[in-house]
Design a protein around this ligand. Structure first.
Ligand code: 6R9
Length: 631
């Protein structure tokens, strides 16, 4: 499946556009199917209705596990590096991972889980998390993994939206110097979740936890009661594989749905190609499995290719800012796939931490999650890659399932800040506000995709109409990404950032409306408006303008109360970096908040605010500018 030269890329790309079905059938032939498809693709972007490999039967875990056993059963599948460098790392071979997955799948079955049931997973970055994900897939249960930074309320909303039957969690998680009480958060969440009848709890931090009789069971006890024989459930290509919640323009998170066949082919194909993975190499993706990057490039993509995937429990700066480089040295990492925010944060510690380590094993570097600024790109290139490792700047989304616009390592000439060119099968187009295609080069517009690819989302769980409205209605017959983009004179793509009300904080998507809703829940808050602003490390920070007429004399105290509320309602990841108390918000006569103005204020660019004549009360702007200057 690997493309070896730029010429071959061009030919492959042309084939993928001219004969998409032939192209993808050829790729899909590299996977294990119990029965091949009757039809490669049927689609329309109006409803939308997208089906890949219709009629095919398979189980993704047979591709990720069983098919490697005979020849590569003793190869390492997962290397786990704990938060605490003093603790031993753990290696699971394909044989052992297969056994553990089968065993845990039997635990799920024994506890009443059936094909199609939704399972919530809220776990630390430990091998059992990958085991839990794959065990669901083994028996056809739909996993919904929730990142460990979300609050009880966020979890409850997600569990209720998907009507989950069972939750898999752990007592706690280690994150750097901190401990997170996962089970306690789940206990709080489940007060409002009538559909959950069982909770499986893994022991990890050994913090005391409450175990409710009849509901809560220990992972370690359960696996003793079952054996390791668990035939894989036969799935249709279009059966649901997982739901993953992500933020959008409105307050309510969206349950993005991916299906088995297309997702597998897409995650596997993009992994093998873009990173130029060679068997035996160690692939280190620093994301958490709670995000799409972890789903596709820690679990499914690498394992489908028989790769060795490294799972790291901790954070880049613990116990010191050389942790990533120590891990690279210790496990002879060949590919390091991380986020610009991590690079910027590590850059701020200077070159000592990185120069002290042996990074000679590195062959390919990757970036994901947000635009990478040139300074970070060069630092990554020079200090980490020593000028010899291609950097693949991979643009994609939860909704796309896998990489979309990205260099292919050793094939596509790279350019700092550019995701470069579309991968085979991906047909990007730039449109103006009216939806007219913008042709030619040296142009910019809104990024859309005009033809389906196997990894694309199929629906939003329980709300197909919202899926249509969000992605397929802005521009008829196109998938709208929500990103702005430019195409330079060479035809290279550079993603410039979201054009909707989503902000990207440390590579995490956060909806401004979600944060506003959370702030507004705090007693005393009349109204709020949230915008993003440039932040040196996080990429974007969260700036909240809050109307709070009678706040505490000590404004700092009220600010902390608001932060606490946001942490309760969404989770610590959504805490505003700045809160400005104002007496009014700039609104149009029809009552819409003019965020454009607030964005300028947040950026500190108040000299040229543009036209404010449509405002109901233009004087609030002066007041806000004054308040911002004093803050
Ligand atoms: C994979 C992932 C998706 C949003 C996306 C865009 C931003 C991701 C990027 C990038 C510039 C890149 N984004 N990769 N922007 N260059 N290489 O991050 O998924 O969490 O759904 O976020 O992230 O704005 O629309 P997700």
């Amino acid at each position: 499946m690997q493309i070896k030269s730029f010429e071959e890329y061009e030919q492959t790309y042309a084939l993928s556009v001219e004969q998409p079905e032939t192209f993808w059938a050829g790729i899909a032939d590299n996977f294990l199917w119990r029965k091949k498809w009757d039809k490669v693709l049927s689609w329309n972007f109006t409803e939308p209705n997208i089906k890949w490999f219709e009629g095919a039967k398979l189980n993704i875990t047979e591709n990720c596990l069983d098919r490697h056993l005979e020849e590569h059963g003793d190869d390492p599948a997962i290397i786990w590096e704990p938060n605490d460098p003093e603790r031993d790392s753990i290696t699971l071979t394909y044989k052992i991972l297969h056994e553990q997955v089968c065993r845990f799948a039997n635990v799920l079955k024994k506890n009443g889980v059936q094909k199609g049931d939704r399972i919530c997973i809220y776990m630390p970055m430990v091998p059992e998390l990958a085991v839990a994900v794959l065990a669901c897939a083994r028996i056809g249960a739909v996993h919904s993994v929730i990142f460990g930074g979300f609050s009880a309320k966020s979890i409850a909303d997600r569990i209720n939206d998907a009507q989950c039957k069972l939750v898999i969690t752990a007592d706690g998680a280690f994150r750097g110097a901190k401990q997170i009480q996962l089970k306690e958060v789940i206990d709080d969440a489940l007060i409002g979740c009538p559909t959950v009848s069982k909770v499986v709890v893994l022991t990890h931090t050994r913090t005391p936890v409450s175990m409710l009789k009849g509901r809560d069971i220990w992972w370690e006890d359960e696996i003793k009661l079952v054996d390791t024989h668990c035939p894989a459930e036969e799935m249709d290509a279009e059966d649901m594989l997982f739901i993953l919640y992500t933020s959008g323009s409105t307050g309510k998170p969206k349950g993005v749905v991916h299906t088995v066949g297309g997702y597998m082919v897409y995650a596997g194909y993009t992994f093998a190609n873009v990173f130029n993975y060679k068997r035996g190499e160690v692939f280190f993706c620093t994301a958490d499995i709670g995000w799409i990057t972890g789903h596709s490039y820690i679990v499914y993509g690498p394992l489908s290719q028989g790769a060795t995937t490294l799972m790291f429990e901790g954070v880049p700066t613990y116990p010191t800012p050389s942790r990533f480089w120590e891990i690279t040295t210790k496990h002879k990492v060949n590919t390091l796939y991380t986020a610009p925010t991590a690079i910027r944060s590590l850059m701020s510690f200077g070159t000592d931490p990185v120069r002290g380590q042996d990074l000679s094993s590195l062959r390919v570097l990757g970036s994901v999650g947000e635009p990478i600024n040139e300074e970070a790109w060069h630092w990554f290139d020079e200090e980490v890659g020593h000028g010899k490792c291609p950097i693949v700047d991979t643009w994609w989304q939860t909704e796309t399932g896998g990489l979309m616009i990205s260099p292919i390592a050793f094939v596509t000439p790279t350019k700092p800040g550019y995701a470069t060119l579309p991968l085979p099968g991906v047909q990007p187009i730039l449109v103006d506000e009216q939806g007219q295609e913008i042709n030619g080069n040296d142009v910019s517009g809104n990024l859309c995709i005009k033809f389906p690819w196997p990894g694309m989302l199929r629906t939003l769980y329980g709300d197909h109409d919202r899926c249509r409205q969000t992605y397929f209605s802005a521009y008829p017959e196109l998938y709208f990404t929500g990103d702005g983009c430019l195409r330079d004179a060479d035809g290279y793509y550079r993603i410039t950032g979201r054009v909707d009300d989503v902000i990207n904080v440390s590579g995490h998507r956060i909806g401004t409306a979600e944060v506003e809703n959370a702030i507004n829940m705090h007693a005393g808050v009349v109204e709020s408006a949230v915008v993003g602003y440039p932040h040196d490390v996080k990429g974007q920070g969260i700036y909240a303008f809050v109307i709070f007429p009678n706040h505490h004399e000590d404004a700092e105290l009220t600010r902390k109360d608001i932060l606490q509320t946001v942490t309760r309602v969404i989770g610590a990841i959504a805490k505003p970096d700045k809160i400005l108390f104002v007496s009014g918000l700039p609104k149009t006569r029809s009552g819409k908040i003019m965020r454009r103005i607030l964005r300028k204020v947040a950026e500190g660019e108040t000299a040229n605010l543009g036209d404010v004549s449509t405002l109901l009360d233009p004087t609030v702007v002066d007041e806000i500018i004054d308040a911002a200057k004093q803050a």
